[in-house]
Ligand binder design. Structure first.
Ligand SMILES: [Zn+2]
Ligand SMILES: [Zn+2]
Ligand SMILES: [Zn+2]
Length: 124
């Protein structure tokens, strides 16, 4: 496993995935700060396939600790895994929200995010 995946995996292993789908905002995967957009890093190893979301501060820290090629990572708003469009910002608390859904397929734990309507329509 390369050192970048190893560092990301260490972050993922601190999480406690909720088995039930939850509609809520997003937090930085490392410092847990509320964020509406993030650096996206794919973890695809050790039984996981999901995105780790990092805030700008944690991204800088992460980059200073790794010398891998990060050309595939991008800074963007959170999107829906059903329709690929950006998730909506809640007008009340100004947080971008979506359903957070954990699924295990063939032993691989994945996390997906959905609009409220996409979640309901797809019967997920
Ligand atoms: Zn952070
Ligand atoms: Zn959608
Ligand atoms: Zn999530």
């Amino acid at each position: 496993m390369d050192s970048t995946q190893q560092k990301l995996l260490a972050i993922v292993e601190t999480w406690q995935p909720n088995e039930l789908p939850e509609y809520r905002g997003f937090r930085c995967g490392n410092c847990q700060k509320n964020i509406n957009e993030a650096w996206h890093h794919l973890v695809d190893t050790a039984g996981y396939k999901l995105q780790v979301h990092l805030c700008k501060t944690c991204e800088n820290l992460f980059r200073s600790q790794t010398n891998s090629n990060l050309s595939k990572t991008e800074f963007k708003a959170f999107t829906c895994d059903a329709c690929s469009k950006t998730l909506d910002i809640d007008k009340v608390d100004k947080q971008r929200k979506g359903y957070h859904v954990w699924l295990k397929t063939n032993g691989i734990l994945a996390e997906q995010h959905f609009h409220k309507s996409c979640f309901v329509n797809n019967n997920l």
